[in-house]
Design a binder for this molecule. Structure first.
Ligand code: ADP
Ligand code: MG
Length: 254
């Protein structure tokens, strides 16, 4: 069974069709990048994988299966298990996902507790363990820091730690390096690569930057106006893009 199976997905916001009949699969443990210019529908797809359009007024058609869960049919309980425990998401701006007033370790522990019902003590230990795993130095002490005490790169690491805490089968990373400077970008991409090798989790990387995709994934799916314009092994697509649009994206890489 594929880890992700999307068939003929269409998402409409009022009269705007943001995703238009998109189909793709992602195998267990594989890494796929969704690339395309801003507004091409990438984040809308990422949200659909976790059922985040539910109850928002967006119109969703087609089928989306993630780690054995049919997202459209899932009960609230099943959706809760899907989000976090089976699939976890990290976003471009870690500050928007973190509460400024609480220690980072407590926030990770809280997420872990919601999904596992672990004791407070066990959840705190888990938070320190995952912070250490993503390369936060002196993790036990730094887990008591609040988000503003971390650099941008460390905040993104902390968010990845939060996502990892429940050992998801799939990590969805939506522009995880866009807000970071180039050196830190490379460190975060390295981290994602290492974690994938260690855990065997699948990765769906959403990025407007073809260069980022080239360094991080096996396959690339190029999106334009909510549709797939091409898909294939990243090296092959980048070496010989069959679409003019893909060539334009490549030309935009510095
Ligand atoms: P990308 O991630 O590729 O930049 P998005 O998926 O965020 O693209 O957006 C695709 C299109 O859908 C854009 O035109 C965007 O303005 C629109 N859109 C996204 N989310 C919403 C929403 N919640 N309500 C209305 N329009 C939206
Ligand atoms: Mg986006």
């Amino acid at each position: 069974m594929s880890l992700v199976n999307v068939t003929d997905l269409t998402v409409e916001f009022g009269s705007l069709r943001a995703v238009d009949g998109l189909s793709f699969t992602l195998e267990q443990g594989a890494a796929l990048a969704l690339v395309g210019e801003s507004g091409s529908g990438k984040s809308t797809v990422a949200s659909a994988l976790l059922g985040l359009h539910r109850g928002t007024g967006a119109r969703v058609a087609g089928t989306v299966e993630v780690a054995g869960t049919d997202v459209a049919d899932a009960s609230d309980d099943e959706l809760r298990r899907l989000r976090g425990a089976k699939a976890a998401m990290v976003f471009q701006d870690p500050l928007s996902s973190l509460d400024p007033y609480y220690a980072i370790g407590d926030q990770i522990a809280e997420v872990y507790r919601v999904h596992t019902r672990a004791s407070r003590r066990a959840a705190r230990a888990r938070a320190v363990e995952v912070l250490d795993r993503v390369g936060i130095p002196d993790a036990a002490r730094r887990s008591r820091s609040r988000p503003h005490e971390f650099s941008g790169g460390m905040r993104q690491r902390a968010l990845i730690a939060m996502a990892l805490s429940c050992e998801p089968d799939l990590l969805i990373a939506d522009e995880p390096t866009t807000a970071l400077d180039v050196t830190v970008q490379a460190q975060i991409l390295d981290l994602l690569h290492t974690l994938r090798e260690e855990t065997g989790m699948g990765l769906l990387l959403v990025t407007h930057d073809v260069g980022v995709a080239a360094e991080s994934v096996d396959d690339v799916l190029v999106m334009r106006h909510g549709r797939a314009v091409e898909r294939g092994p990243v090296a092959a697509v980048l070496a010989a893009p069959s679409e003019a649009y893909t060539r334009e994206l490549l030309d935009a890489v510095p």
